[in-house]
Design a protein around this ligand. Sequence first.
Ligand SMILES: Cc1ncc(COP(=O)(O)O)c(C=O)c1O
Length: 359
Amino acid sequence: MLKPRSAAQNLPTYHPPLGGRHGLRLDFNENTMGCSPRVLDRIRNIGMEDLARYPEREPVEIIAAEQLGVRPQELLLTNGVDEAIHLICQTYLEAGDEVLIVIPTFAMYEIFASGTGARIIKIPAGKNFIFPTDDVLRHITTQTRLIAIANPNNPTGAAAPLKDLLLIASSAPNAAILIDEAYYEFHGETLLRCWIDHPNLFVARTFSKAYGLAGLRAGLLMGCEDSMSVVRKVASPYSVNSVALACVPEALRDRTYVEAYVQEVCEGRDRLQTELKSLGLRFWPSRANFVLLHVGAANGAFTHGMRERGILVRDRSRDPGCEGCVRITLGSTDHTDRLLKALRETLSQVGAPRQEVHP
Ligand SMILES: Cc1ncc(COP(=O)(O)O)c(C=O)c1O
């Protein structure tokens, strides 16, 4: 076998299922209804010539910037947030640099950062997955070149106070601070435009969650003009395909659709959390479109029981601090009805332990 770079050889493996996800998919934090009908109409109007040409991202970046209230120079369309993370790593990390992540969190920070040969420093979240601001501040050194934070975090649903994130940004002026706002729409708090005072700050957003376009692979990376002009050099000019480019403006314009969906999800989140409380199950209050709950040793049987009832949920037991935990995505009201019914049946079947209810 051809010898790979040691950074590639030593990468941690992340193997999400890439097939066979049949049923109501509450395992990947996707939109359970799909995208706006206006987006589908746009796709139906894509012609042969549109696909024959290389994608032209610039006009779409102008529209996206206008919709988000930033300048086009501050924004780059990406092939999902995944590409945004990759680009930040490629732009700022050298072998041996230090990268801070708070665990448990989204797997791709570690994977893309490790690929550069950087050293990953994992800071465990506090009790009940509270964001460990003081610990992060303590770990900042002159070698720290990236701090990647999902806000709200996946898989816990916990959010960090924005003022703490800004304090981290000003305490690590030599590091890129990537705030991944993939679940922004369900949380409502953002650091958008804060790069004006904190030029090392970047914000990423996705079309994969609230917008229901995970299959298209579209995201946004935003930051100050100077930094983004360097990130742009690292990016492929064609990483966002023409179909995605055609859909992004429609997705952004149909605010009514996204707002109505987000409202259903947030109501479903309240219903699920109320149900878990009344069942005496431990869970962590969430600011995203999913809830992490603890079913203990029954986690395998629980996941299996839900699958038998046609609902996929994600066993997160392997994440640090998440032993016996399962993550459940919220979707439309109908889907929450189905979820709650299956949840009650499965729990009475597998007999999850009654535990201290989380505040
Ligand atoms: C925190 C976080 N960031 C990014 C992503 C991936 O986003 P995208 O589909 O835009 O690559 C996910 C997906 O689960 C996520 O949880």
